[in-house]
Design a protein around this ligand. Structure first.
Ligand code: ZN
Length: 189
C-alpha cells in the first residue's frame, strides 16, 4: 500500500514580533483612559522582554473622576493638567520589580518634559514612541513646544536615553475601533 504523503504544517509567519506586541499593549492600555481628548498608553519591558509596568493617563488614586476636571481651563478648578497622571508616570510607579533600570518603554505619544524627568530618574534606557504630539496653533502652543524641546534636550544629553521612533518593519498600523457601545474594543493590525 502506498504511503500517504504527510501533510506539512508550517508555523505561522504573521505572528507579532516583540516590538509590535509591546506597542499594541501600549495602545490597548490607552483605551483605559477617561481623558476625552488624549489617550496615552505606556508599557515598560526589561531586557528579557518581560513586561514590568503598564500605564495610561488618568486621575491620581482616590481622586474620583467625577470630582476632577477633564478640561484644559485656566484655573485649578477646571484645569486637568494640574491633576492628571501621565501614562509614563503610571507605568513607572506600577512597576512589578524593584526598579526599571536598563528597561525600554513603549509609549504611544512622545513624552512631555515632566515624564522625561521620571523616565531618566528611573533608569529607563530607551523610549520607543509611536508619534510626536500634534501641536496646534493656540494659546498653549508655545508651552507644548517648550515641553517637547526640554524633553528632547534631557533625553539627548550625554545620550541619557535612546529615542526610537516606532517604525514597524511590516507597516503595522494600530487602530482600535469600538463600533458600537455594546462591543468590546477591537484591535486591528
Ligand atoms: Zn507626560
Amino acid at each position: 500500500m502506498e504511503e500517504q504523503a504527510k501533510e506539512t504544517i508550517e508555523k505561522r509567519s504573521w505572528n507579532l514580533d516583540w516590538d509590535e506586541y509591546f506597542m499594541a499593549l501600549a495602545f490597548l492600555s490607552a483605551q483605559r483612559s477617561k481623558d476625552p481628548k488624549t489617550q496615552v498608553g505606556a508599557c515598560i519591558v526589561n531586557k528579557d522582554n518581560r513586561i514590568v509596568g503598564m500605564g495610561y493617563n488618568g486621575m491620581p488614586n482616590y481622586c474620583k473622576d467625577e470630582d476632577f476636571p477633564w478640561e484644559k481651563g485656566q484655573t485649578a478648578e477646571d484645569n486637568k493638567h494640574l491633576y492628571v497622571c501621565h501614562a509614563e508616570l503610571n507605568a513607572v510607579v506600577n512597576k512589578i520589580q524593584a526598579d526599571v533600570k536598563g528597561c525600554r518603554m513603549f509609549v504611544t505619544l512622545f513624552p512631555c518634559n515632566e515624564c522625561a524627568k521620571i523616565i531618566i530618574q528611573s533608569g529607563i534606557e530607551e523610549v520607543i514612541y509611536n508619534e510626536m504630539p500634534d501641536i496646534q496653533e493656540g494659546e498653549k502652543k508655545q508651552e507644548k513646544e517648550e515641553s517637547r524641546k526640554a524633553a528632547q534636550k534631557m533625553f539627548g544629553y550625554n545620550n541619557n536615553v535612546t529615542l526610537t521612533p516606532y517604525k514597524p518593519e511590516r507597516g503595522t498600523v494600530f487602530k482600535i475601533e469600538r463600533q458600537d457601545p455594546e462591543c468590546r474594543a477591537e484591535i486591528r493590525l
